[in-house]
Design a protein. Structure first.
Length: 270
């Protein structure tokens, strides 16, 4: 049987359950996404072996928000939610995230990242949070940690998760706030042949491009969606979504799934 990974990203939650972002009630939108996922699992149509959340979890960066999310994930997804892997985005607080999702932390308290074995595969999550900045950054010490992990597990095909894309998504305003100075990371990705996929959040849209043996992808938000290929901030009136990875042997395929109906359109499409 194949291994399936569920990626959620850009939840933008608040402690207040009724709070909205651009007119979208982010908690209600997330609950609809989780219910849709759970319905598929209970119907026997799909299964998941791992949940990865790639940042912008708590828009207000409050400990209570992380606690509420942890409880909701366990309530709706059971052990899958309890064992989730999580990394921060620009709208996050490392310390508070770590307090509520302690299993996700690395051995180094400077970051919230992970390196986990899943079947024959390795999942690595990088922390691109740069305090006070919208764009992301990965310090040289974390890159050293990544190199050590990739060297140690060279025989395992690998997916790398992070919040800020280290690649261009052909959306100029978003490309200007992606990962700063991505060259060293991209060189490392190119030099370690076991890396098959690099998956990011941050851009609130679906995107994919292949470079050699590596597929670079982004995943829609569980709340607000941005218009692809836009020069300025523009909202897209499409349902929230998530990405599913399927691992079979040393092969990986993935697809974006969206809710069938858009119940919470943004306040403005411009």
């Amino acid at each position: 049987m194949s291994i399936r990974i569920l990626q959620l990203t850009d939840l933008h939650l608040f402690t207040a359950s009724e709070a909205t972002l651009r007119g979208i009630p982010t908690w209600a939108s997330l609950v609809e996404v989780l219910q849709y996922i759970r319905n598929g699992v209970e119907a026997g149509e799909q299964h998941y072996d791992c949940l990865v959340i790639t940042g912008d979890v708590a828009h207000d960066e409050l400990a209570t928000t992380y606690a509420l999310l942890r409880d909701l994930l366990i309530k709706m997804l059971g052990k899958l939610g309890e064992r989730c892997l999580i990394i921060p985005g620009n709208h996050d607080n490392r310390d508070r995230m770590r307090q509520m999702f302690v299993k996700s932390g690395s051995a180094d308290d400077r970051w919230v990242c992970f390196s986990r074995e899943l079947g024959d595969w390795r999942l690595i999550g990088l922390d691109s949070h740069s305090p006070g900045e919208v764009g992301g950054k990965i310090e040289s010490a974390q890159l050293d940690w990544l190199k050590t992990e990739l060297t140690k597990h060279a025989g395992q095909p690998t997916i790398v998760f992070l919040h800020h894309p280290p690649f261009l998504v052909q959306c100029s305003w978003l490309d200007s706030i992606g990962l700063s100075e991505p060259g060293q990371l991209m060189d490392m990705i190119e030099s370690f042949s076991q890396i098959r996929v690099v998956s990011a959040g941050h851009v609130h849209q679906e995107y994919s491009v292949r470079n050699g043996n590596v597929e670079f992808v982004t995943t829609p938000s569980t709340a607000v969606q941005f218009e692809p290929a836009s020069d300025v901030l523009t909202f897209e009136n499409v349902p929230p979504g998530y990405r599913v990875f399927e691992l079979l042997g040393d092969r990986c395929t993935s697809e974006v799934k969206r809710l069938p109906v858009q119940r919470f359109p943004p306040d403005s499409l411009n």
